[in-house]
Each structure stands twice: as structure tokens, then as C-alpha cells.
Ligand binder design. Structure first.
Ligand code: NAI
Length: 721
């Protein structure tokens, strides 16, 4: 074996070979070239020394068992490297298959996270024992990066669990299981509480399976639940894509479709052919643009954002211990829950004790639901609830080191509540507002310590939404920014940092998306086609339905305020083609959105009940033909172009923050890799994007004209970064 091996061979007197995954050049094991060579060499040696081998244990010397594919390499693989990528994958698969079919028992002693390639190594073993280590995760999350598990993952999960379970439990969602849940769902056979126990169990399996009928012999696997060659199964097959519609997630995501195809086609052939099919579908994905977008966003950008690239350096962390949440409405209640979940004491204040108690009851309801689903224990629920003190008395806020305000969206009210509490809370308490539209610099005028004042924009529902937008006002200090950043991480959310502006980054940009959808209605487009265009583009919410959720009156209010500000500054208000549609909806038809019981949609018992037929009657003009691609790209471009303007205006300063903020905050389609990656990855690169913007501008209005910053970068042949 070469000097450079990433797999250490340790053989004991009884003949059990422990293969220790331990790449000497990296902190984690990955499926790189060195691993390919090592696993091939190990397979050669096992075959050569077979007679002296009693059984085999795969384990690792790293904190994680095995990290999976090397994403730094994968993001570089272009069509020219397709054959190479295919061959490398096949070589690893052949080596694992040779070990699996050697005729000796093989056990995976999974000592830490085994995701992707790591779990695929474990799948090639006959028995899987997971150590119940904290934070340890098991699964095949490739789909979340636009890929499929091509180390035998599709082929083996289908053969171990049957097609339906393999797709639903493992392949299509990319679920990452804790060791215990992995056991419950059949991904591993046993869980151990210590390394010693894990290795003892591994040896016990080997001893118990030396001579019995081997399930891994050359005949290979039999697929549970049937294959398409079984007529009953075959009859159901055509319905697969329809039944899996939710998991397959729209036309914009090729990975789920390729996984489905690899699973179904692979189930009808022998094991080796199935592995080749899997590799072919993988190669198509890894050489394409979408996996690159997704790897960039969900791995590299997310890591950059969470690791503090936008946090000021050199400021010592000061964890939040006691937080005052002002306003126990929808947002305040959710913020209180998220803070308590991280072990922070919360004083939840509203105008009356009843309103405050109602805010706390929200946490109780969430916890009761979790309890009924076995996701928490009574003791944990009670401990968490004990951290939340509801009150109407400002004096109870004494000793709070952080304040998060979430009262009604009204400048003078916000000024008033800060006045009321700023001398009660700790003398250097961090002062945050959860406003979604009001300028932070304006709000900070109401407090005596504007340097400690900052925007902390949560998204609804707070307990589910992973993003928090931090907004620096003109006078916000670096210390406040660092503390706000740390607080967001403390409650396990992802912080992006932006500078103050009307609507900041997220609310402003999502406004463009909504306005564009509504503008098309004004042009006479068929309402159902508009909704379909948003879905096809990969947006999680259709555009008109989203507007109904937000209400139609909100954009009017925002628009009027913005208009006043522009006019007061001596400018002329340009307006947007959507304005007239919204005005008619509200003034003429009295339809203000879901909360008003009627909007672009009809509602019955609070549930959406189809598009309002009046839309066709009053707005649609038969004969209006907006090409379907234009409809989709108008939505995507309107957001992308406004994001570029945010960079021009200094609202945004970080590309990873923009990408992550757009996907996690406002539902920009994940396949794009985020709003700036969408521009970078557009066909023809930046010049292609600029040319298409000009085309849209000529057809639909000057709002699509490419901003100077973009044109400049395109001319210089740069990417946006
Ligand atoms: P809400 O109407 O559900 O709750 C506001 C709460 O503030 C009410 O319980 C009210 O009684 C309380 N309140 C009023 N005056 C008070 C005072 N003097 N002292 C203490 N409490 C007082 O409103 P929601 O939706 O929770 O919004 C709150 C803030 O969060 C607003 O600034 C809003 O713009 C912002 N926001 C809202 C989002 C949403 O999706 N609803 C998203 C992000 C931010």
C-alpha cells in the first residue's frame, strides 16, 4: 500500500482487520483521489490475504466518520471532466463492492457523522453500528446540494429498504438523522453509547456471522417490496412522479428527478449495472450548473455567513443571558420562544398581563405539539417555559442585557416603548428593533444610546425561519453589531448584515417580486399562468398567494411612505405598474388579502379556495401573450437587479449574505444558489445577464435596465463577488 494511504490497516491476532479512515492531510476524511487509491489498495490486499482475514471493521480516527465528497473539487468539475468524474466514482464503487463480496463479515463502526459518502461506505458494510455521539448525523443529503449519492447510495438503499422507503426516507429529502432516529428508520442496525461498546458489538457481529448463510454473497440483493418486474409494482410505477411531486420539487431541480430515475431504472437490472446507471445520472448533475449553484450557497456561502465573515473582528463575545421582548404579538411570542429554546431568560412584556400571557401560551402550544410527537420531554418543556416571564410592568425588565422590540409598526409607538424601558434595563443593554420597514437610524433617534441600537429583523414564523437580518443604522456601533451577530448565532439562526435603507435588503427585494407578479396581471396576463410561472421558476410561494398573505394594504402603506420621503427630498415618484392593480383591488373591490377574507384568492373558513374569478373578468385580457419564460424571468430578474442596486447603494456589502439572505429570508429559488449566484451562473455569465436585462427592459419597462455596476463588471469580464 502507498505511503499516502488514507486508510490504516490494523489486524489483531484473531484476524479481524480494522480499517481506520484517517486522511493524514485533512481534518476530515473525504472521497478524494487519495481515498480512491487507498480503498482500491485495501481491496487488493484483502483479496490477497483473504485466508488470514476473519472479518472487517470500518471505523475512523477523526471526529466525523467520513465527510463525503470533496466539495471544493466537485464545484470545479465541468463537462470536460465528465469522463474523469465518472471513472473515479466507478473505481471507488468497485473497490467497496469487492470488499462487500469478499465472503467475510464487514461492519461499519460509525463513530461520528456519516453523511453522503460516509454513509455510503457504511452501506457497503453488512452491519452498521452508530455511536450515539452528540451532533452525529447519518444520511444522504446529496439532493440538497443538487447531486445524488453515487458511491452506491441509490443502488444499495433501494436494495435494502425497497424503492419507496429509499426514496422517501433517505434519497429525496436528504434527511439527516440522529443515530437514534437512524435506528428507528432502518438506516443502521444498532446504536452504541461508547466507542468500546461499538467495537465490542462489531466484533460480536463478526463472530456470529462467520459461517452462517451470508446475505452479501455474489448473488447480490433482493429488493424488498418488489421491483418493476413484479406486475403489481409495475402497475403503480407510472404514478410515482405524481405521488412524489412534493419531493421532486418542481422542474427547476434536476437532482430529485435523476434520483428517481436512477432508483427505478437501477431496480430492474443487476447490481453492477445499477451502479453504472447511478454514476451516469450523477455525472450529469455534477457537471451541470445547478449543483454548482447549490454547493456554493448551501455549503460555502452558508459557512462564510455563519462563521462570522460579516461580524466586526476583535470584539470579545458576551453571551446574552436575559432578554426583554417588547410586544407579545405574533413576532414577539415567536422571538421569546426562540430565545428560551437557547436557554436565555426572557421577560415578555405587553400592555396587559393577559396579552403577555397569551404570548407565552404560544410557546406552550408549540412545546405541547412537540411533546405529543415525542420530540421533547415534559421536563424539557417545563424548563423552557420556566424561562419565560410574561408581564405588563416595565419594572420587571430590570437586569436585562438585551431588548428586542416587536410592538406595532409605528415610529412614535416604538420611540415611546424604548423611552419607557431604557433606564430600567441594564445600563449597556443592546437595543434591538424587529421592525420590518422603518429606518433604523430614524428609530435610534428615540433612544439615549443610539450606538447600542440595531435592527434585528426576524421572519415569520420565527420558530421555523432560519434567517435574521441585522440592520446597522447610521449610528450603530461595532460592539452592538458584534453582540447582535452573536445573539443570532446563540439562538442557532443565520445572521446576515446589511446597512440601513427603506425595507433593508429582504423586504425591499421581495417587494419587487410581488410587484412584478401583480404588474403582469395589470397587463392582462392570465392569473393562473402567473402563479404557475412563479412555481415553475422554483419559488416556494406563488406570487399572488404570497401577496394575499402579506395583505394588499401593506404595500400601499409602504409605497405612500416611500413616496412622501422621495417628494420631501425634492424628487419625483416613479411608481410601479402594479400600483393601479392594488389600488383597484382594495378601493373598488374591497379585497385586502387573506386576513380580510378576500384577496386575489377566495377564502372559505380561512382556507384558500381558488383564484378569485373576478381577476379574469376585470384584469385579464384574452390575447395578452407574455411568453412563459419571460414571466418567470421577470420575477427572478426584478429581484436580482434590485439586489445589484442594493450593492450600488451600500445596503449590501457581502455576496454570501445576499445569496443566503435571498434563499432563507425571502424564498428566492434555491436552485439558483441565491440572487447573486443566479446572475453569475446565468447563461453567458454577466454579459448574458446584462443582454437579457436589456431585452426585458425594452419589452416591459426601464426597471429592468441593468445597473451601472453590473454593466461595468460584465464589460471587465468579472464575476460578481
Ligand atoms: P402584532 O400586532 O401581532 O403584535 C404587536 C404586539 O405589540 C401586540 O401584542 C400589542 O399588544 C403589543 N404592544 C403594543 N403596544 C405595546 C407597548 N406599549 N408595550 C408592549 N407591547 C405593546 O404584530 P407583529 O406581527 O408581531 O409585528 C410586530 C413587529 O414586528 C412590527 O414592527 C412588524 O413590522 C415587525 N415584523 C413583522 C413581521 C410579520 O411577518 N408579521 C415580520 C418581521 C417583522
Amino acid at each position: 500500500m502507498s505511503e499516502n494511504t488514507t486508510i490504516r490497516w490494523e489486524q489483531d491476532e484473531s484476524g479481524v482487520v480494522t480499517l481506520v479512515l484517517d486522511d493524514p492531510n485533512q481534518s476530515a476524511n473525504t472521497m478524494n483521489q487519495a481515498f480512491k487509491d487507498s480503498v482500491t489498495a485495501v481491496a487488493d490486499r484483502l483479496e490477497a490475504e483473504k485466508d488470514s482475514v476473519r472479518g472487517i471493521i470500518f471505523t475512523s480516527a477523526k471526529k466525523t466518520f467520513f465527510a463525503g465528497g470533496d466539495l471544493k473539487d466537485m464545484i470545479q468539475v465541468g463537462p470536460a471532466q465528465a469522463q474523469q468524474a465518472f471513472d473515479a466514482g466507478m473505481a471507488i464503487k468497485h473497490a467497496l463492492r469487492r470488499i462487500e463480496t469478499l465472503g467475510k463479515p464487514v461492519v461499519a463502526a460509525i463513530n461520528g457523522a456519516a453523511l453522503g459518502g460516509g454513509y455510503e461506505i457504511a452501506l457497503a458494510c453488512h452491519h452498521r453500528i452508530a455511536l450515539d455521539a452528540p451532533g452525529s448525523k447519518i444520511g444522504l443529503p446529496e439532493v440538497t446540494l443538487g447531486l445524488l449519492p453515487a458511491g452506491g447510495g441509490v443502488t444499495r438503499t433501494v436494495r435494502l429498504m425497497g424503492i419507496a422507503d429509499a426514496l422517501l426516507k433517505v434519497l429525496l429529502q436528504g434527511t439527516q438523522y440522529s443515530p437514534k432516529r437512524a435506528l428507528d428508520n432502518g438506516l443502521v442496525h444498532e446504536v452504541a453509547v461508547s466507542t468500546e461498546e461499538m467495537l465490542a458489538k462489531a466484533r460480536a457481529f463478526i463472530e456470529a456471522n462467520l459461517t452462517s448463510q451470508q446475505p452479501w454473497d455474489i448473488k447480490g440483493y433482493k429488493i424488498p417490496g418488489g421491483t418493476p418486474s413484479n406486475p403489481r409494482f409495475a402497475a403503480n410505477l407510472p404514478a410515482f412522479p405524481a405521488n412524489l411531486k412534493k419531493q421532486i420539487n418542481g422542474a427547476s431541480y434536476p437532482a430529485p428527478r435523476n434520483i428517481l430515475a436512477a432508483a427505478v431504472e437501477g431496480s430492474q437490472v443487476d447490481f453492477e449495472t445499477a451502479q453504472t446507471i447511478e454514476a451516469r445520472y450523477f455525472t450529469e448533475l455534477v457537471t451541470g450548473q445547478i449543483s454548482k449553484n447549490m454547493i456554493q450557497a448551501f455549503f460555502f456561502d452558508l459557512q462564510a455567513v455563519n462563521s462570522g465573515a460579516s461580524r466586526p473582528q476583535g470584539i470579545a463575545p458576551r453571551p446574552t443571558r436575559r432578554v426583554a421582548v417588547l410586544g407579545a404579538g405574533m413576532m414577539g411570542a415567536g422571538i421569546a420562544y426562540s430565545c428560551a429554546r437557547a436557554g436565555i431568560e426572557v421577560v415578555l412584556k405587553d400592555v396587559t398581563p393577559e396579552a403577555a400571557a397569551k404570548g407565552k401560551a404560544y410557546s406552550a402550544a408549540l412545546l405541547d405539539k412537540a411533546l405529543s410527537r415525542g420530540r421533547t420531554t415534559e421536563a424539557k418543556r417545563d424548563a423552557l417555559l420556566a424561562l419565560i416571564t410574561p408581564t405588563a410592568d416595565p419594572a420587571d425588565l430590570a437586569g436585562c442585557d438585551t431588548v428586542i422590540e416587536a410592538v406595532f409598526e409605528d415610529v412614535s409607538l416604538k420611540h415611546k416603548v424604548f423611552q419607557e424601558i431604557q433606564d430600567v434595563v441594564g445600563p449597556d443593554a443592546l437595543l434591538c428593533s424587529n421592525t420590518s420597514t422603518l429606518p433604523i437610524s430614524l428609530l435610534s433617534e428615540g433612544v439615549s444610546r443610539p450606538a447600542d441600537f440595531i435592527g434585528l429583523h426576524f421572519f415569520s414564523p420565527v420558530d421555523k425561519m432560519p434567517l435574521v437580518e441585522i440592520i446597522k443604522g447610521e449610528r450603530t456601533g461595532d460592539e452592538a453589531l458584534a453582540r447582535a451577530f452573536d445573539l443570532v448565532r446563540q439562538i442557532k439562526k443565520t445572521p446576515i448584515v446589511v446597512n440601513d435603507s427603506r425595507g433593508f435588503f429582504t423586504s425591499r427585494v421581495i417587494g419587487q417580486f410581488i410587484n412584478e407578479g401583480v404588474a403582469m396581471l395589470g397587463e392582462g396576463a392570465d392569473p393562473a399562468s402567473i402563479e404557475q410561472a412563479a412555481a415553475q421558476a422554483g419559488y416556494p410561494a406563488k406570487v399572488l398567494s404570497l401577496m394575499d398573505e402579506l395583505t394588499l394594504t401593506l404595500p400601499r402603506k409602504i409605497r405612500n411612505e416611500a413616496r412622501r420621503a422621495v417628494e420631501e427630498a425634492g424628487g419625483t415618484w416613479a411608481g410601479h405598474p402594479s400600483d393601479a392593480v392594488i389600488d383597484r383591488m382594495v378601493d373598488e373591490f374591497g379585497r385586502t388579502g387573506r386576513s380580510g377574507g378576500a384577496g386575489f384568492y377566495e377564502y372559505a373558513d380561512g382556507k384558500r379556495a381558488g383564484l378569485w374569478p373576478g381577476l379574469r373578468e376585470h384584469f385579464a385580457r384574452p390575447g395578452t401573450k407574455i411568453p412563459f419564460l419571460d414571466m418567470q424571468e421577470r420575477m427572478l430578474f426584478s429581484e436580482a437587479l434590485d439586489t445589484v442596486r442594493c450593492f450600488e447603494e451600500g445596503v449590501l456589502t457581502s455576496v454570501p449574505d445576499a445569496n443566503i439572505g435571498s434563499i432563507f429570508g425571502i424564498g428566492f429559488p434555491g436552485w439558483t444558489g441565491g440572487v447573486i449566484q443566479y446572475i453569475n451562473g446565468y447563461e453567458g455569465g454577466l454579459p448574458g445577464f446584462v443582454a437579457r436585462s436589456r431585452e426585458l427592459a425594452a419589452r416591459y419597462g426601464e426597471r429592468f435596465a441593468p445597473p451601472a455596476l453590473l454593466v461595468e463588471k460584465a464589460e471587465k469580464g468579472e464575476r460578481f463577488n
